[in-house]
Ligand binder design. Sequence first.
Ligand code: BDR
Ligand code: CA
Length: 304
Amino acid sequence: KRPIIIDTDPGIDDAVALAIALYSEKLDVRLITTVAGNVGLDKVTLNALKLLKFFKKDIPVAMGADRPLIKAPIDASNVHGSTGMDGYDFEEPSKELLLQENAVNAMHRVIMESEQPITLVPIGPLTNIALLLRMYPEVKEKIAEVVIMGGSTARGNAGVMAEFNIFADPEAAKIVFHSNLPVVMVGLDVGLKALVYPEDSERLKDMNETGQMIYQLFQKYRGGSMKTGLKMYDSCAIAYLLQPEMFTVADTFVDIELSGSLTSGCTVVDLKGYLGQENNAKVCVDIDPQMFKTWFLDGLSKCN
Ligand code: BDR
Ligand code: CA
């Protein structure tokens, strides 16, 4: 089993990614850390605890950053609803799984205690990961890979050019992409093709309890605009861990635009090598949508 830490801001698509990861026989989720993103930190942390109670999984949760490193906070409650996970009436969770330690200290401890290198899977803004790398650089020796949902080689979804997770905390993203760690960018190039349509959602309804819950969340995701396909962004990072063959990957140099008046927060992906820099990331530039769909439905069918 591959040991991982998921850093998340649930988030409807985060909830789906967590389901598949937590029930996968190939992944060992050692810790879940939360970060302000889709909605504020208290809400996303409560959502993580609600999901764990629903799944009956005892994974420790640690709260991380309540704001980006430098920028003012933004959110995506227009996409995920005001709770961050509108659409399902979850039971109130107890706080038992919530650690007293903050996310950065908890990640440090879990990484240093692990016998094997750990893979970090951030599916929200990169604030916690940047803080970890700055506060405890010794963890780098024991990080196998950082598989990020974020960025785009083309246009954005939080602005003309920027993807939400990078746009929310570009300074943090810059630290992570320049960390010399093996970074994988699983961004909009693939997320925009990892789509769930009404007929797929109907299948979830009859699948199992998790499927029913997700079906209900989907009725509120993006205000329920399912006809054009709901984007399973965060599940793509989990898909990369479990079935990388579905992706086309390019080794390249990625930097983050911090000061562009129109492009701030965008990932500059130098696929043609104009900048002459050493490659610092693997970027998922394409996905086989049919393979994703099969993997996705199969993954959720095991969430029981
Ligand atoms: C990312 O932004 C968030 O709204 C989603 O949860 C995903 O992590 C997609 O741009
Ligand atoms: Ca997310």
